[in-house]
Ligand binder design. Sequence first.
Ligand code: LMR
Length: 344
Amino acid sequence: MQRPVSVFPRRRQWLRGLALSTAAAMPWASQATAGTTIRLSHVVAPETPKGLTLERFRTLVEERSGQRLRVKIYPQGHLYGDQDEMQALQLGAIDMVAPSLSKFGPIGFPEFELFDLPFLFDNVADVRRLTQGPVGQRLLDRLSRQRLLGLGFFDNGFKQMSANRPLLEPADFAGLRMRVQASRVIAQQMRALGASPVALPFSETRRALESGVVDGTENVVSNFWTQNMQAVQKDLSLTQHGYLGYAVVTHQRFWFNLPASDRELLQQAMREALVYGNSIGDAHNEKALTALREAGTARIHAPSASQRQRLKSAVMSVHADLAQRIDPMWIRAVREALPQAVPG
Ligand code: LMR
């Protein structure tokens, strides 16, 4: 898979390197003390389902602890991006992250790529049969292999395709370089459509589209809109082909250094924030689509049922490939939860 092209200004790389090296020298830095500040990093704009969900978490924590616990949120990849946020968490340079489920495969959890399988889910209710049930808990439990601790899942919504041409049929993708998250399933999905996947950090996507490093991408409409991708992508095709969701992750060293009462307060605040987050995803994506239509800066296309069926047929081989790469138990569990989605 293509190595991401890093175009970060040198100053931010230096700042990030300093934060990482300092944390490595001071692992105790994350220990809880009176007036603890919880440092939380994510890669999208504040006015997105993820940004608003984490802001709700911050408000609940600070209100309920009487400001003794503070949550400092670093949005938009300002401090850490896709390529270093998990390393920062492992080193104690940050205390919580909320990456897309597509970003767990490359760090040793390929079973999370179940959520990337194209056309697996018909709606968010299908997704929640996994995330809110035993499969989701088993996935979070696996994070402990790297001393990570999953605090829960929440949705954004369904992804659409964008480029400077409509993408409604497999043939429309021929020869396109498509930015993808660093997920093997998503890369294979693009290859099955005849495109070339280019894995890039989210924070570099807009620039890569503008400069022509890539021709198109996939994402939910709220990310497309808040990153102003319509300025460099003239055609948005409402394929609804894949799901984008998140897990909130902390490090066991940070978490178990907290007093039990603080852990309970944070867990309850996170539970409530995730319920809130799961209630706003669809509305935010609809709001972004309405704004896009009103702005008139991008042509919006919807595939017909037969076109969508042809897209689905073109990418179904991706399912069998993932089944070869992960424990069959996961496919059996998905089949039990979603009998209509995984025949056989
Ligand atoms: C992406 O990289 O496209 C997404 O993971 C961004 C997000 O919503 O976290």
